[in-house]
Design a protein around this ligand. Structure first.
Ligand SMILES: NC(=O)c1ccc[n+]([C@@H]2O[C@H](COP(=O)([O-])OP(=O)(O)OC[C@H]3O[C@@H](n4cnc5c(N)ncnc54)[C@H](O)[C@@H]3O)[C@@H](O)[C@H]2O)c1
Length: 372
């Protein structure tokens, strides 16, 4: 029996190619693993009316960790229009399978390392190294949304909040409402994950990202919870910043920051910003981490315009595989893989189109495997 059982979810578009590239390096490393492939994504939605079928949920319950490529997703009406004819009109509503997966398996930490590997022509500045902890299950992504807004909900809101008055005049189908839901426990556990990492890895500071001056209830709770947790880590300096100022400061002085912790939406925003500073989507890797399961993925989507062309950069996915190796306790393999990625980037002989070269996805994976 293999030492590790790994769920393998390529998904759509370039997800299939980048996961195949990750497999090249994992095989070269000789990871003792059984890979179990699962269905997820647009084809499942179109033909079955569910982008995250039950059989894939069952599969994920049986594995130690999983790698996920990317999925295509579309707004609700466009999604319904693409359903197989026999599934149309049945009230099926598309919802992102990755968001569902994060909630279903309580993968509450979205960990996004953003590191400028020396010699990457896409680096904004050499030497940037940031770690983003994004809360992954709550906030505006909780999925509690109304459009049209039911009258009974509008009545309650009108009664309880005077700020609702301008909307109370509108018919329910003339506006929409997405709830931003943040719990104390949810805020504390992501903050604790960030501080524990900072303490373990001797990082210089944790910055709490929020907008508590305007979004007082939810971001106020997030900030308050993070500050409470900070008291448990007196040796780790902590500061905080509004999300808008944070975007400006990160670009201006990226070396002033180290570990960032944020609610779901702001974490999503700053991790793309941080990823862009260290090479863009071809370098953005992420881990969705819970107590029982962790799912690793590139942060990019299915990039339909490049699908099937063997053209995109697999480094984001290969770095996600490195994160998975760390999670599985295969830290020596993880370090070797990161060194190999760094060596190929520094050498600059093999570069995909985004790095200004013409190497293919496969050639990049093979070059990294050759360094191992
Ligand atoms: N986690 C996910 O699966 C995920 C994330 C984002 C978007 N999506 C979905 O993906 C689909 C396409 O979305 P999009 O085009 O806005 O975003 P995308 O991330 O798929 O691609 C945007 C652009 O970034 C570049 N890019 C992306 N990955 C790259 C790589 N590995 N190497 C080099 N360049 C790369 C390409 O120029 C691409 O056109 C949509 O349906 C969207 O909903 C899924």
């Amino acid at each position: 029996m293999a030492k590790h059982k790994i769920g393998w979810l390529p998904g759509d578009g370039i997800g299939i190619e980048v996961l195949a590239a990750a497999k090249v390096v994992l095989d070269k490393l000789g990871l003792d693993a059984e890979y179990v492939e699962g269905d997820i994504g647009w084809e499942c939605w179109r033909s079955e009316g569910d982008a995250f079928p039950i059989r894939t949920i069952v599969l994920l319950k049986s594995v130690d960790a999983a790698m996920f490529g990317a999925i295509t997703s579309k707004p609700v009406k466009a999604a319904e229009a693409e359903l197989a004819p026999e599934l149309q009109g049945r009230g099926l509503v598309y919802r992102s399978p990755i968001v569902r997966m994060r909630q279903l398996f309580d993968l509450y930490v979205c960990l996004r390392p953003c590191k400028a590997y020396a010699g990457n022509p896409l680096n904004f500045k050499e030497g940037i190294e940031l770690m983003v902890f994004r809360e992954n299950t709550e906030d505006l992504y909780a999925g509690v949304e109304f459009g049209p807004v039911p009258d009974e909900l509008a009545e309650v809101l009108n009664r309880l909040s005077k700020n609702f008055a301008p909307f109370a005049k509108l018919p329910g189908d003339e506006y929409a409402l997405s709830c931003k839901l943040n719990s104390r426990a949810g805020s504390e556990r992501i903050a604790r994950a960030a501080f524990e990492f900072a303490a373990r890895s001797h990082r210089k500071k944790v910055t709490v990202v929020h907008k508590a001056n305007v979004v007082r209830a939810t971001d106020g709770l997030f900030l308050e919870s993070a500050k409470e947790v900070a008291k448990e880590f007196p040796d780790i300096p902590v500061d905080d910043a509004n999300i808008d100022a944070m975007c400006m400061w990160l670009l201006k002085n990226p070396f002033n920051y180290d570990v960032l912790v944020a609610p779901n939406l702001y974490g999503d925003v700053i991790s793309d910003l941080c990823a862009q500073m260290v090479g863009g989507l071809g370098f953005g890797c992420s881990g969705n981490i819970g107590k029982e399961l962790a799912v690793f993925e590139p942060t990019h989507g299915s990039a339909p315009k490049y699908a099937g062309q063997n053209k995109v950069n697999p480094i984001a996915t290969i770095l996600a595989a490195k994160m998975m190796l760390d999670w599985l306790g295969e830290t020596t393999m993880a370090a070797r893989l990161e060194e190999a990625v760094a060596a190929v980037i520094a050498e600059g002989r093999v570069r995909t189109y985004d790095m200004g070269g013409s190497s293919t996805t496969t050639q990049m994976a093979e070059a990294i495997a050759a360094e191992l």
